[in-house]
Design a protein around this ligand. Structure first.
Ligand code: ATP
Length: 466
């Protein structure tokens, strides 16, 4: 009997394209992988760098009130004691009593349609028992308990309690502990922010949905410090920063209709947060958190003042008063942004009577902006001319240009469409013998137009918004 063919989901197609064309590979693949880790290949890292670059430009380079940072991943263990992570950075864990496999209790409940917002550990334990929830392998589950998600390690040659350190589970604390350094070096006036892009590590109980829930990932975070005495201004600043998050998503070419604002209810917010707004996105596997913004008040700075005994207050020259600023934190998960960009760019259509699958990237994020082809690879004048144009474009477009002379032009178009290259430039006989013009072909429409070689750089720069 023939096995029924399983319909390949969009997610499966994106994962397979990402691997085949060098965007994202399973981490440690030749050893069978390491769950929750992913390696970015040449096109993946180009996409990642483009997204980071746009973020840095919008939030740091284009502003006078933002200070860039790159703090160490390993920090003194007291940072994590003070921030509350050692005591409370935990997820609800439940174990399959037979296989000993571990699951997130809230995820198992969500899978059977329970709204888990605001549920405490004891509630989850009760619900799992009441509803007779079994593990995905059909076995009974144990009690729900807390599981701390920080990766613990030791710094130096001696493994004792004093040498304990953690791989940071968020980049934020690296900024709070540098707050005084920024005050002392730059003397900024409120409001001002600190911004950082870097790795974070969480020992997720059950990594899933491709890179969405990884154990090693990158965050782009801002700690924006404000004067708490003007409550109205603080709320306005929160709203402006939230709007800036949306503007950044537009930079990436993400569709507005797939982006959802979720005001986090009181019961679900961290106790120190006065207001939190999550931005959720329609991923192929459902609407899930892409990024967030939280009004963290003076919680973090105060926690470090108490624990370190160092004065992290701010002196306001105008009113001659000293106080601890409040903080608004817009946070972005870089890997989730990449996944959102990749999965929403994935498009299937038919062009010239052929079905094609391609990545409809915004030119701003496309890893390759332009591909240059000689019509035939065995005609030296065409190859020479195409090579010259390729070199010029590489210099002018920051290297994101490729040369391809393999197979017929139709196949080369397909290959470039599949990795989301917005424009292809072909050098043909007319170019060298007649008009010194090239054919520029548009990825989305397949339309072709002749452009003079002398005009090409300006024409393409305008098109790819460089
Ligand atoms: P979730 O509820 O999905 O676990 P979170 O609310 O714990 O996420 P935050 O602590 O607010 O996440 O982290 C900030 C951002 O970091 C998130 O908005 C998300 O984009 C990203 N992020 C968090 N955990 C992961 C992970 N395991 N893998 C990839 N990105 C992550």
């Amino acid at each position: 009997m023939a096995t029924p063919e399983r319909k390949e989901s969009v997610m499966d197609k994106v994962i397979s394209l990402a691997k085949r064309r060098g965007f994202i590979y399973q981490g440690s693949e030749v050893y069978g992988g390491l769950a929750g880790t992913w390696d970015y290949g040449p096109l993946g890292v180009a996409l990642k760098n483009n997204i980071k670059g746009l973020w840095w430009k919008r939030f740091v380079l284009n502003r006078e009130d933002m200070y860039g940072m790159d703090a160490a991943i390993l920090m003194n263990q007291n940072v994590w004691k003070a921030s509350g992570h050692v005591g409370g950075f935990a997820d609800p864990l439940v174990e399959d009593l037979k296989t000993k496999k571990r699951y997130r209790a809230d995820h198992l409940l969500e899978d059977i349609g329970v709204d888990v917002k605001g549920l405490r550990l004891a509630d989850m334990d009760r619900l799992i028992k009441e509803k007779g929830v079994k593990s995905p392998d059909g076995n009974p589950l144990g009690d729900v308990r807390q599981f701390n998600m920080m990766f613990k390690t030791h710094c130096g040659a001696i493994e004792d309690d004093t040498s304990v350190s953690y791989l940071r589970p968020e980049t934020a604390q690296g900024m709070f502990v540098n707050f005084k350094n920024i005050l002392d070096s730059f003397h900024p006036r409120l409001p001002f922010g600190m911004a950082q892009i870097g790795k974070a590590f969480r020992n997720e109980i059950a990594p899933r949905d491709f890179t969405f829930r990884s154990r090693e990932f990158e965050q782009m975070e801002i700690e924006y410090f404000v004067d708490p005495r003007d409550e109205k201004k603080v709320q306005e600043t929160f709203d402006v920063l939230y709007e800036e998050q949306l503007n950044f998503l537009a930079d990436l070419g993400l569709e507005k209709a797939k982006i959802h604002k979720v005001e986090v209810p009181d019961a679900d917010r961290a106790f120190y947060s006065k207001r939190s707004v999550d931005t959720e996105f329609d991923f192929p596997f459902g609407q899930k958190e892409l990024l967030g913004i939280a009004y963290r008040t003076d919680y973090d700075l105060n926690a470090h003042i108490t624990a370190s005994k160092v004065d992290l207050s701010y002196f306001d020259e105008e009113t001659k008063t000293r106080f601890v600023p409040h903080c608004i934190e817009p946070t972005f998960g870089l890997d989730r942004l990449i996944l959102a960009t990749l999965s929403s760019a994935y498009t299937e259509d038919s062009l010239g009577g052929e079905v094609r699958a391609f990545l409809k990237f915004s030119p701003k994020v496309a890893p390759i902006k332009v591909a240059v082809f000689p019509l035939l690879k065995n005609k030296p004048p065409l190859v020479e001319k195409a090579r010259g144009i390729y070199q010029t474009l590489r210099n002018e477009l920051g290297g994101s240009v490729v040369f391809d002379d393999n197979g017929n032009v139709g196949k080369r178009y397909r290959r470039q469409d599949e990795i989301g290259t917005p424009y292809c430039v072909t050098v043909d006989f007319e170019t060298v013998e007649k008009d010194n013009c090239v054919t520029v072909r548009d990825r989305d429409t397949g339309n072709q137009e002749r452009v003079a070689v002398a005009d090409l750089v300006r024409f393409l720069k305008e098109k790819v918004s460089l």
